[in-house]
Design a protein around this ligand. Structure first.
Ligand code: PHE
Length: 342
């Protein structure tokens, strides 16, 4: 009878367990609340014969106490478990996780370094549009209309308008600067250029150049030579030599190709310099008087020099990269090598 029932409840309490707040609540509903089995026992008091009421009451109060003690025990247990799992989230003794940080793209780094070198000797920065008109890309630079010199650079024209093209060189920016500024001019124009060429390890249809222009009274070829010599030493190291080879550009006279000693073999000859010990980094020359006049500068009073170099070419030599396509393929194995070392 009721003794057995109470024993069964006691056994159930002893067996009960809770590991989560939800299970704690179930325990409370089952054994503590008014509607629980223990609460139900008190309601039965009325049915118990008077002489047994006292004994029954004692038993019921005993179960109630056992249930409450067990409940406290379980609350404690669940709280402890909670604390442990929270502190496990922040283990201050662990070594820090390796955050991978990005690096600067080798072309950007090269461009920055070139700018830095020329800024220190008084060149400012100038930029121009990549979609250019015939005047700034060709005509003002002394490329006569229908002249074969235009074939030197395979050009992307805009369909239906042969007057507009993607600039083939940053020399278009020197025209814009000279049209808008009075000498003395000392400016550097880095930027993206386009040529309609097949993509290979050595050529791309999109690449970067940096143009330099210096216009003032009495600027001579010696100034050009010394400026580029200074640049080569700063960029590639003290022992670097510079060689000028006669060349032709419509906008400079005289014109010269700029070579530097091959840093891969140190001038001894290798497959990068094709055994010559020299590698080409760009073109240069004294600005043709026609170009100065086209831009509204008095060619009797002023002279100037200009040079243009390939940023990819310089980066390839600096970092010993053999294929120019790597710059634009975004292969992380390649780019990772340029991350700063922490
Ligand atoms: N614009 C020329 C080229 O792209 C390079 C150059 C610039 C040559 C300035 C002479 C002077 O080939």
């Amino acid at each position: 009878m009721y003794q057995e029932k109470i024993e069964a409840i006691k056994a159930a309490i002893a067996k009960a367990d809770a590991n989560t707040p939800e299970e704690l609540e179930s325990f409370r509903m089952e054994f503590i609340s008014k509607k629980s089995v223990v609460g139900g026992l008190f309601a039965e008091m009325g049915k118990i014969p008077n002489e047994e009421k006292r004994a029954f009451g004692q038993l019921v109060n005993g179960v109630k106490q056992i249930a409450e003690e067990k409940f406290q025990e379980l609350i404690e247990k669940v709280n402890q478990a909670n604390k442990k799992s929270k502190s496990a989230d922040i283990d201050l003794t662990l070594p820090p996780s390796n955050h991978e940080i990005g690096g600067i793209h080798p072309l950007t780094a090269t461009r920055q370094r070139i700018i830095e070198i020329f800024e220190r000797i008084g060149f400012n920065l100038s930029e121009g549009p990549e979609i250019e008109d015939d005047w700034h890309n060709f005509t003002a630079l002394n490329f006569p209309e229908n002249h074969p010199a235009r074939e030197m650079q395979d050009t992307f024209f805009i369909e239906k308008n042969p007057d507009i093209a993607l600039r083939t060189h940053t020399s278009s920016v020197q025209v814009r600067v000279m049209e808008n500024q009075k000498p003395p001019i000392r400016t550097l124009s880095p930027g993206r250029v386009y040529r309609n060429e097949a993509i290979s390890a050595r050529a791309h249809c999109i690449f970067h150049q940096v143009e330099g222009l210096y216009v003032d009274e009495n600027v001579g070829f010696a100034d050009l030579k010394n400026t580029l010599y200074h640049f080569a030493k700063e960029m590639f190291g003290k022992g670097t030599k510079v060689r000028f080879r006669p060349s032709y550009f419509p906008f400079t006279e005289p014109s010269a190709e700029i070579d530097i000693t091959c840093m891969i073999c140190g001038g001894k000859g290798c497959n990068v310099c094709k055994g010559t010990g020299w590698v080409e980094i760009g073109g240069s020359g004294m600005v043709d008087p026609n170009v100065l006049e086209n831009c509204g500068i008095d060619s009797k009073k002023y002279t100037g020099f200009a040079f243009g170099m390939g940023i990819e070419r310089i980066a390839m030599l600096k970092y010993q990269i053999k294929d120019l396509r790597l710059f634009t393929e975004n292969d992380v194995r390649f780019l990772k090598q340029f991350r700063p070392i922490l």
